[in-house]
Design a protein around this ligand. Structure first.
Ligand SMILES: C[S@@+](CC[C@H](N)C(=O)[O-])C[C@H]1O[C@@H](n2cnc3c(N)ncnc32)[C@H](O)[C@@H]1O
Length: 501
């Protein structure tokens, strides 16, 4: 097969939690669909690159089956090398064109196409949606991300400038350099805080230091944003319907003024989503589809939550915080900022989550924990369950709580012989973001921490680690190494679910 633009300049593969079987299963269940559990699923990824999204899932769910296809043979080769290094037998990567791909008649419970639809020619786009329509199982969920309108119109401003400026250049690195120079030229021409500067800076923000992204996105020949409703029309023709957005918070209207929120919430679901895109000038969507005819909505009930797992990184600011305190309680999340709980049920919920198992706890355990911390009178109040459902969903929309269909296994504390997974160690060696045992990604913040992770194969006792770490650290950086700094780092890895033994 001919080398493609993606063979010429590689697009580094990565795990996308929002495009994983676990997320699709979770969102499906929240919307009333009896999705297949990730541990037993069949998942197909179209345009899978080097399998960066598939491999962590194949590792976590040995009984499930994963298939990926991509036109770029060099990416598939890289992926196959990683699969061989990890000894995985439940994931297969194929070099194939989506337009002519035929995996046979057996349906898939999950189909994923991340970063593909808007960046391929019209015929491939149609083939991609047709494959979802043909291959999705009855209780299946498809994930398709795409560049959305109206935000895509704004992105065309720097795109058109850069494509015009580089129209005579073919060599990729020279194109990138010239494209960036064109943007600088424009920024130098526009006044301090003017509209044009704001627009260009906003649109270019995600491309800093990512030449491959600039090349395959803004500079690509194909980059066709589309309206949400046009995408849904194309999916409907193939027997599919809108299920949800893969990021739960993307469907929330909570941040709008009350009058706007009321109007939006009174609309039919599809119209509401389209209006939200107009209001937000949305430029990217990660839309989940399921088969037409399935009854789906966002009226989340306790029954829907019953089979899911909940966990949270929220921690109370005061260690003696009590749900029955009259004052509001403040919480902090390591990545999402602070959360203030005013109502007793919200305080109790956040406290139970904060004290709960990071691998996940079920709704029954949450409910009894909340009832216990509120006392018998509050627990007997029939309003507690609906308040808990609402509380969980509002925390989920703000990423303060994680909801999973799978339950994860990892070491929450540092053992005598700390062990990171082989996959994490191989990714650390490449300087890539590692995938943790809760299926989140974690960018190791320093070369020192990367070197430490690479040593954690479970063979070294904690007392031997400091010397081993020093031995692989350049002399100039050794000064900062101490038993305390080692302990802090191991603790950080444990808290972020990166230790499996
Ligand atoms: C922007 S990359 C996204 C890769 C991966 N999904 C990710 O998000 O990291 C687009 C991928 O689609 C693949 N692709 C483009 N056209 C294709 C086609 N007709 N058939 C199969 N794969 C294709 C490219 O080779 C590339 O790996």
């Amino acid at each position: 097969m001919q080398a493609t633009a993606y063979d010429q300049v590689r697009y580094p593969g990565k795990f996308y939690p929002q495009a994983s079987a676990d997320r699709l299963a979770t969102l499906g269940r929240l919307c009333g669909l009896q999705t297949i559990l990730p541990a037993q699923c069949r998942l197909l990824e179209l345009g899978c690159g080097d399998g960066g999204n598939l491999i962590p899932q194949a590792l976590a769910f040995p009984q499930a089956r994963f298939v990926g296809v991509d036109l770029a043979a060099s990416a598939i080769e890289d992926g196959r090398r990683m699969i061989a290094a990890l000894g995985l037998a439940n994931v297969e990567l194929q070099v194939a064109d989506i337009a002519g791909f035929d995996p046979g008649p057996q349906p898939f419970d999950y189909i994923v196409a991340h970063g593909v639809l808007s960046w391929v020619p019209e015929a491939v786009r149609r083939a991609l949606i047709a494959l979802c329509g043909r291959l999705l199982s009855p209780r299946g969920v498809a994930y398709v991300s795409y560049s959305a309108l109206p935000g895509g119109y704004l992105r065309n401003v720097p795109r058109d400038l850069m494509r015009f400026h580089t129209r005579a250049i073919t060599e990729p690195q020279s194109r990138v350099r010239a494209a960036r120079a064109a943007v600088d030229f424009m920024l130098a021409a526009v006044p301090g805080n003017g509209f044009a500067r704001e627009l260009i800076e906003r649109e270019m923000a995600g491309f800093e230091g990512k030449d491959y992204f600039l090349l395959h996105d803004l500079l690509a020949d194909e980059n066709d944003p589309l309206y949400f409703l046009d995408f849904i029309d194309a999916a409907t023709e193939r027997g599919l319907q809108f299920l949800a957005e893969a990021e739960f918070g993307a469907m929330s209207t909570a941040a709008y003024p009350a009058a706007v929120r009321q109007q939006l919430d009174a609309m039919p679901r599809l119209a509401r989503e389209q209006y939200i895109d107009f209001l937000q000038l949305r430029r990217f969507r990660q839309t989940l589809l399921c088969r037409s005819g399935q009854a789906v909505d966002l009226a989340v009930t306790v029954e829907r939550l019953a089979e899911l797992q909940f966990s949270s990184g929220l921690r109370p600011l005061r260690p003696d915080a009590d749900a029955r305190d009259a004052a509001a309680l403040e919480f902090r999340h390591p990545y999402q900022g602070s959360f203030r709980a005013e109502e007793p049920a919200a305080k109790a919920l956040a406290l139970v989550l904060a004290g709960g198992d990071r691998g996940g706890m079920d709704f029954a355990a949450l409910e009894s924990g909340v009832a216990q911390s509120l006392g018998p009178a509050a627990a007997a109040d029939g309003g507690l369950r609906p308040a808990l459902v609402q509380g969980l969903l509002s925390l989920y929309a703000r990423d303060f709580v994680e909801i999973h269909a799978a339950r994860w296994d990892f070491c929450a504390t540092v053992s005598d012989r700390p062990c990171a997974s082989l996959h994490a160690r191989l990714l650390a060696e490449r300087g890539a973001p590692v995938v943790n045992a809760r299926h989140g990604t974690f960018l190791l913040p320093s070369a020192g921490l990367r070197r430490l992770v690479m040593l954690l194969d479970g063979t070294r006792h904690v007392d031997e680690l400091l010397d081993a770490w020093a031995a692989v650290t350049p002399p100039a950086e050794r000064e900062g190494l101490s038993p305390a700094s080692l302990q802090r780092r191991l603790q950080l890895l444990a808290e972020n679910a990166l230790l499996v033994g």
